[in-house]
Design a protein around this ligand. Structure first.
Ligand SMILES: [Zn+2]
Ligand SMILES: [Zn+2]
Length: 213
């Protein structure tokens, strides 16, 4: 699995390109204001992106969707429960003091239990509400294996969890999503968060102050 990430101020939100080393097929996750870096990698590495996959529809995770879609011409996927947030992207921008263009329409909504294939890899879509209603985590690994790396958006961070004070957020729902869905993965499963460094499920189980005990 080839993983490229980029983050820029002011949000330092991690966008990811995840590619199959054998076929160069790839998915683009959460293109935000670092989208030009990610498009640069895609061009240089001659990756064939099949889809733009959104973990949720907060401003910092979607403000690069327009540029990504214009460059790649591939479908944009989102959980249906985050459509109201996505449709309010311009208003979200105004809240943070940014003039943001209306993003392109969502092409497809994730279905329960859905998986995608790119090259020799699969992406399992896991609904993990709490940070926002339509939050999902993307579990990616080789098709013939059960090992997965987790792209969790703002559900879980190294040493922290997503905020739940924005519209549609719920602290108990977020804790339930993390415990039921993410903590079902083995301790050595790598976690790629929407902000900050990577971590593992085991490390967060043992040390995350929101989740120990
Ligand atoms: Zn968020
Ligand atoms: Zn974020």
């Amino acid at each position: 699995m080839l993983i490229h990430s980029a983050a820029v101020p002011p949000f330092y939100k991690n966008g990811y390109v995840v590619a199959c080393e054998a076929t160069r097929e790839a998915v683009l996750i959460d293109p935000g204001d670092e989208v030009d870096d990610l498009l640069g990698v895609i061009g240089r590495e001659r990756l064939k992106v099949l889809a733009i996959l959104l973990t949720h529809a907060h401003l910092d995770h979607v403000m690069g969707v327009g540029r990504a879609k214009a460059a790649l011409h591939v479908p944009v996927w989102l959980h249906r429960d985050d459509l109201p947030l996505y449709e309010a992207t311009v208003e979200q921008g105004r809240m943070f003091g940014f003039a943001v263009e209306r993003p392109p329409d969502i092409d497809r909504f994730y279905e329960p239990g859905q998986s995608f294939t790119f090259g020799e890899y699969v992406v399992d879509i896991l609904h993990t509400p709490g940070h926002c209603p339509g939050g999902v985590c993307l579990a990616i690994g080789r098709a013939e294996s059960t090992a997965r790396e987790l792209f969790v958006g703002d559900t879980l961070f190294a040493g922290s969890i997503g905020r739940t004070d924005l519209p549609g957020g719920s602290h108990p729902t977020l804790l339930r999503s993390i415990r039921k869905v993410l903590f079902a993965f083995p301790d050595d499963a790598v976690v790629h968060s929407g902000h900050g460094p990577d971590t593992t499920i085991g490390h967060e189980k043992r040390t995350n102050p929101f989740l120990v005990g």
